[in-house]
Design a protein around this ligand. Structure first.
Ligand SMILES: NC(=O)c1ccc[n+]([C@@H]2O[C@H](COP(=O)([O-])OP(=O)(O)OC[C@H]3O[C@@H](n4cnc5c(N)ncnc54)[C@H](O)[C@@H]3O)[C@@H](O)[C@H]2O)c1
Length: 338
């Protein structure tokens, strides 16, 4: 069965390609390499022994998207990762984010809505919950007004899919709301490759640990949490990748109850910034240079998932501990800097 993975050279996409191939799927990747390198194909091939098909293409080009589906009419499912994801940049360049994250989605759905049967998985985010009123966060928690254009593209993206599914019963879709992906494949053949200054905590930690950055800034230690730092739900990227495979299988096997469903994908455990730093220090055996600075605008105090719906309905559960995920992130950092 052929599966299209858009953004399949990126961080989460590349790990999902590996899991799909290992389950026997044939994968075709679309990526414009705006935030990834073609070398990732070598890493994927080194793990699975099978080179995925690859089309370098910008999904903002509608004619190219149409031509792709004409040439690959046997695509049985689509996992759509391709998007711009830097929250800060989205505030500076909102139109770039609305164009890249929404037109690409619309062009894909236009093609899928023409098919007799179509299966679609969308990369959403826990950012849609904002500062949720209750922890852990269930899928029924209200979607709060977005804090950034990036967050808004995920909310609008989900609405676009829901509305399209409402009039296209042959379209079966799932949005996965990721919490905080981290880590790398245990082989260290693929991992996260942030361009410029990392936006996320873990790559900033490993880059500081390896000496690429002088110091990590911890934004605030006066939050109403046990140690005063913010709490997130860090999920190993391989666990997250596997969630895509089981979600896709649910659709392909027709086991879904509605033609549009939403699942949280996290571990269910919240870890504070200080706990993540301690995890790094444990697995690397080195002290991390960090300092506490003032709070950063827009940071929610805590966000961690209630994953019972995904556990029960998808039969999926995150397996890795924070230390295991951190060990893989550190191994990857050491490999790419060696
Ligand atoms: N990493 C996270 O913390 C996180 C959290 C929640 C949701 N997400 C979502 O998951 C998805 C994947 O995230 P990631 O961390 O792997 O990001 P990433 O930047 O590593 O991967 C995205 C890939 O899409 C490609 N791409 C972007 N625009 C494209 C276009 N117009 N045409 C073709 N290819 C294009 C990029 O080159 C890149 O390889 C994104 O939709 C992101 O918003 C990520």
């Amino acid at each position: 069965m052929k599966i299209l993975v858009t953004g399949g050279l990126g961080f989460i996409g590349s790990h999902t390609v590996v899991e799909l191939q290992q389950e026997g799927y044939e994968v075709v990747i679309i990526d414009n390499c705006s935030n990834a390198s073609e070398d990732v194909l070598e890493g994927i091939t080194a793990i699975t022994g099978k080179r995925p098909l690859f089309e370098k293409m910008d999904l903002r080009d509608k004619a190219d998207v149409i031509s792709f589906f004409d040439r690959h009419s046997d695509v049985a499912g689509v996992i759509h990762f391709a998007a711009s994801k830097a929250v800060g940049e989205s505030v500076e360049k909102p139109l770039l984010y609305y164009e890249n994250n929404l037109t690409t989605l619309v062009y894909l759905l236009q093609q899928l809505a023409k098919k007799k049967k179509a299966h679609f998985i969308f990369s959403s985010s826990c950012t849609v919950y904002g500062q949720a009123d209750e922890m852990p966060i269930t899928e029924n928690a209200p979607v709060k007004p977005a804090e950034s254009p990036y967050g808004n593209t995920k909310q609008i993206g989900e609405e676009i899919i829901r509305d399209t599914c409402g009039v296209s019963p042959q379209l079966q879709a799932i949005s996965l709301r990721y919490f905080n992906p981290m880590g790398a494949h245990p082989s260290a053949e693929i991992g996260e490759l942030p361009l410029g200054v990392p936006q996320n905590l873990v790559p900033f930690i490993t880059q500081t640990g390896i000496g690429l950055r002088e110091q990590l800034s911890v934004f605030g230690d006066d939050y109403p949490t046990e140690d005063g730092t913010c709490i997130r739900d860090y999920i190993h990227v391989v666990d997250l990748a596997r969630a895509h495979v089981v979600a896709l299988q649910r659709l392909l096997e027709g086991k879904n109850e509605e033609n549009y469903e939403v699942f949280n994908v996290g571990t269910g455990t919240g870890s504070s910034v200080m706990e993540v730093i301690r995890s790094f220090e444990r697995v690397s055996g080195t002290k991390l240079n960090f300092k506490v600075v003032g709070r950063r605008a827009g940071d929610v105090i805590q966000a961690y998932a209630d994953t019972s719906l995904a556990n029960r309905v998808l039969g999926w559960k995150a397996e890795s501990t924070l230390d295991e995920a951190m060990r893989s992130a550190w191994k990857w950092e050491q490999k790419i800097r060696s």
